[in-house]
Design a protein around this ligand. Structure first.
Ligand SMILES: *Cc1c(COP(=O)(O)O)cnc(C)c1O
Length: 386
């Protein structure tokens, strides 16, 4: 019997390692986490349903929902952990058929309460730990709280080999269903890779030119482009990457600690500048740092100036619904997600940066905040210096 034919049951070393890390019993490698989410929704038999997702999220999450023939129900997030606000989820309870809980930015969301709520309604819960590998809650690893969990090994993730992801579950029947559906997909061709990169560039350009709510004008065209990605983005795992992922996963603890050390350096440099103009986001215990986040006033001006100086910086995520649905029609109201989208600044903590970056970026932020305060203090309401 061939190993590949029966791959998920006779799982290889990498699959076993992932099951061990995330306390699940079955694991299947996929081309990317977007495909993983799409397969998870399909394997759960969800079609024509409303899937709750946090609105402060990477746009691949609503994209996977749309590609699976379902509709995203955007739920506001909480400033405590940047994940789904359980109160908002309960308000929408009678309108949703499943939940994708995201450990955004590596911050562990309120997964225990979300899981209990889904159980009480009898609806499935998918856990997206694309950027949270290594995180845990009360000692229990992320990926183990849900019916089905999805991780990514793509560019910029905690384990970054530029390709792949994995889906994990404790239910064999669900895994069999998923593997059967995946058999219809191909390995991604280079032209498909180009199409996905081009779309990513379109998304970034749109964002850089219009930032927050200005993006919404383009939502109709954007959604059409996004849906056309179907045959390019959904793909199988390329086994060439397996060994590289395995080697990096063996070092997961060390990778997480290095990121944390950098986050702690940033925090110690920035704490004394903390105010209403710059809030430091401190994720719950057990979280990992995808990036280190601050919420800052006049964010866009600072972002532009840092980018002009070629300093690594980003401001993910604007509220995801802005890309896909016209708010004049949807009447979407997620004030916390919008607040995060307008103010968040993500500082790097991965292997690309060292202490020089940390000192530079911290001093740029400190200048930005202090100059802002000086203006308020030294100028009267007509702008005259006092
Ligand atoms: C990056 C990301 C995805 C998509 O991962 P890919 O492997 O690039 O498809 C999904 N969810 C979240 C939260 C992400 O950050």
């Amino acid at each position: 019997m061939s190993l590949f034919f029966d791959g998920h049951r006779m799982s290889g070393k990498l699959e076993q390692l992932l099951c061990k890390i995330h306390q699940q019993s079955h694991c299947h490698l996929v081309g990317n986490a977007t495909t993983g989410l799409w397969l998870a929704l399909a394997a759960l038999g969800l079609r024509g349903k409303r899937i709750a997702i946090p609105n402060s999220v990477c746009l691949n999450v609503p994209l996977a929902v749309l590609l699976s023939g379902n509709t995203p129900a955007y739920i506001d997030v909480t400033l405590r952990d940047f994940g789904i606000d359980i109160g908002e989820l309960i308000k929408k309870g009678d309108q949703i058929d499943a939940v994708i809980a995201v450990h955004a930015y590596g911050s562990v969301c309120n997964i225990q309460e979300i899981a209990a709520y889904c159980k009480s309604l009898g609806i499935p819960l998918i856990e997206d730990l694309a950027v949270a590998q290594g995180a845990s809650l009360d000692g229990q690893p992320v990926g183990s709280f849900s019916d089905i969990a999805v991780v990514s090994f793509g560019a910029g993730k905690i384990i970054d080999v530029g390709h792949g992801g994995a889906v994990m579950t404790s239910r064999l029947s669900l895994m069999n269903e998923l593997v059967a559906r995946e058999a219809l997909l191909d390995v991604q061709s280079s032209s498909s890779q180009d199409a996905v990169s081009a779309f990513g560039q379109y998304h970034t350009d749109l964002y850089n030119r219009h930032y927050g709510s200005g993006i919404n004008v383009f939502s109709t065209a954007f959604k059409i482009c996004a849906l056309e990605l179907r045959q390019h983005i959904l793909c199988r795992f390329d086994r060439v990457y397996g060994l590289m992922i395995e080697e990096r996963l063996e070092k997961l603890d060390a990778i997480v600690l290095l990121r944390q050390a950098k986050a702690e350096m940033l925090e110690s440099l920035l704490t004394s500048f903390e105010s209403a103009s710059m809030e430091i986001f401190r994720p719950p215990a057990g979280s990992v740092y995808w990036r280190f986040n601050v919420l800052i006033e006049r964010r866009d001006a600072l972002l532009k100036s840092l980018l002009a100086k070629k300093i690594r910086i980003s401001s993910w995520f604007p509220s995801a619904d802005l890309f896909f649905d016209d708010r004049a029609v949807s009447r979407m109201n997620t004030p916390v997600s919008d607040y995060v989208g307008d103010r968040v600044l993500n500082l790097w903590v991965n292997e690309d940066v060292g202490s020089e970056y940390i000192e530079t970026v911290a001093s740029e932020l400190a200048d930005h905040v202090t100059v802002g305060n000086t203006c308020l203090r030294d100028y009267d309401s007509d702008g005259r210096k006092q």
